[in-house]
Design a protein around this ligand. Structure first.
Ligand code: PEP
Length: 246
């Protein structure tokens, strides 16, 4: 159950939110909880969640350990602030920063080399869905994003299916639409790494997940988790999402 805070929250605001989450989620067991603050708040949030049931993730990285890459953040720096996860290939990065599959794949391989657990985001646009190409588009993103990864490394990779038309729009995929796509993605993973790995792979849904739709989404057999943007910015709504009723 992951929250992507995007470009929101100063250090003080991030600390306040995570302190509220710690209280609200203290009794949660057996569910993985992840928050992905902006880079500037990672260190403060890392300290706040130490010894807690909340894990820390970053929203991006540059695929080199260090070097002359002005403005970028390396996997080594993320590990240094105790990040365990990293979101890669988010549709906002594909759309606004022109990130393409081979670059995302490079990031994913370098993240794994540094011991980070990548969450690979995939998803079709409204236009592509309108043309009935959603499965072709998403499976291409999965195949290209997972190039040169072996079955062992795949155990540390999660996939987030995030239809672009559902992100930040209030328009959620129906539970059936989500499950159909998750099933197709699991088939893609099975083709690449075998059925055992496919069954173990965490496939998350993202796109306007809210307290009032999470229960139905999580009830789907192939929906293993959620990646939440807007509704993760308030402790009350994210806590309710984490505590979905199955
Ligand atoms: C996201 O940022 O990955 C996302 C799914 O955003 P939202 O929940 O706001 O649609």
């Amino acid at each position: 159950m992951a929250g992507n805070w995007k470009m929101h929250k100063t250090v003080d605001e991030a600390t306040e939110l995570v302190e509220q989450l710690k209280k609200a989620l203290a009794d949660v067991e057996g569910r993985e909880i992840l928050v992905c603050p902006p880079f500037t708040a990672l260190h403060a949030v890392a300290r706040a969640v130490e010894g807690n049931n909340i894990q820390l993730g970053a929203q991006n990285l540059y695929p080199a350990a260090e070097g002359a890459y002005t403005g970028e953040i390396s996997p080594r720096m993320l590990v240094d602030v105790r990040c365990r996860y990293v979101v890669l290939g988010h549709s906002e990065r594909r759309q606004y920063f022109k990130e393409i599959d081979p670059f995302i794949n490079h990031k994913l391989r370098v993240a794994l080399e540094h011991g980070l657990n990548p969450i690979l985001c995939v998803g079709e646009t409204l236009e592509q869905r309108g043309e009935g190409r959603q499965k072709t588009i998403v499976s291409m993103q999965v195949y290209r994003g997972l190039q040169e990864i072996d079955a062992e490394a795949m155990k540390n990779v999660a996939i987030a299916y995030e239809p672009v038309w559902a992100i930040g729009t209030g328009q959620t995929a129906t539970p059936n639409q989500a499950n159909e796509m998750h099933w197709a993605i699991r088939n893609n993973v099975s083709g690449l790494f075998g059925e055992d790995v496919a069954q173990e792979t965490c496939i998350m849904y993202g796109g306007s997940v809210k307290p009032d739709n999470v229960d139905d989404l999580m009830a789907q057999p192939d929906v293993d988790g959620v990646l939440v943007g807007g509704a993760s910015l308030k402790a009350e709504s994210f806590a309710r999402i984490v505590k979905y009723r199955s």
